[in-house]
Design a protein around this ligand. Structure first.
Ligand code: OGA
Ligand code: MN
Length: 209
């Protein structure tokens, strides 16, 4: 049974029109609750590592750029909540491919924990040497996130970064945006902040004509 609580067609239309969408209450509280518990469980097991920036040879820990810790979900595939998340995200991928012809082939995703005070400075998600990341997705897991707790994602809506929206990392809120177009940052969180971040990747050979 589908776990998606929103109208996929409307979301696809919005993405086609402007390249980003914010969906509050996108998934049931039972699923985000199970994901939160799973995230805390693997965190307590010490399975996270400090996030790096860049990829492959260019990877480096740059604490002045980002100070979250991550665990890739393929390392936690034994958890039923992770599989339920992946099934829901697959459903979105199929609909996006039907409606937007992005040729998405797979999702790479990780839990992210921002300890108190953590942030991620303004960046684009697409690596210079890897243009497979096409659509970014973030699902937040924090119940009753207070207005004054910071930790919003600030999504810049134009190339000049003149216009932006701030989105609270409230449980069930799902943010989708085109990875190569939208600058964004995570404002310093004043309490522990949990999320699942993912990138739908396209088949590179399918986009070279
Ligand atoms: C990222 C990122 C945003 C968020 O991990 O690349 O931008 O709100 N995350 O957690
Ligand atoms: Mn990002």
């Amino acid at each position: 049974m589908s776990q998606l609580l929103f109208n996929l067609d409307t979301v696809i239309d919005t993405l086609a029109e402007r390249g980003w969408v914010v969906i509050p209450n996108a998934m049931p509280a039972t699923l985000t609750g199970e994901l939160r518990e799973a995230c805390v469980e693997v965190w307590d097991q010490g399975r996270f590592h400090e996030a790096a920036t860049g990829r492959a040879d260019g990877q480096a820990r740059r604490a002045e750029i980002r100070s979250d810790s991550v665990l890739w979900l393929d390392q936690a595939a034994e958890l039923p909540a992770v599989r339920a998340y992946q099934a829901a995200m697959d459903e979105i991928m199929l609909a996006v491919n039907r409606g937007l012809y992005l040729g998405l082939a797979e999702l790479e995703s990780h839990f992210a924990v921002y300890p108190e005070g953590a942030f991620y400075k303004k960046h684009l998600d697409r690596f210079r040497d890897d243009d497979a990341r096409t659509l970014t997705t973030v699902l937040y897991l924090n119940q009753d996130w207070p207005d004054d707790a910071g930790g919003e994602i600030r999504l810049y809506l134009d190339d000049a970064c003149a216009e932006f929206i701030d989105v609270k990392p409230e449980a069930g809120t799902l943010v989708l945006f085109l990875s190569d177009r939208f600058w964004h940052e995570v404002l310093p969180a004043r309490r522990q902040r949990l999320s699942v971040t993912g990138w739908y990747r396209r088949r590179i050979d399918s986009v070279r004509w």
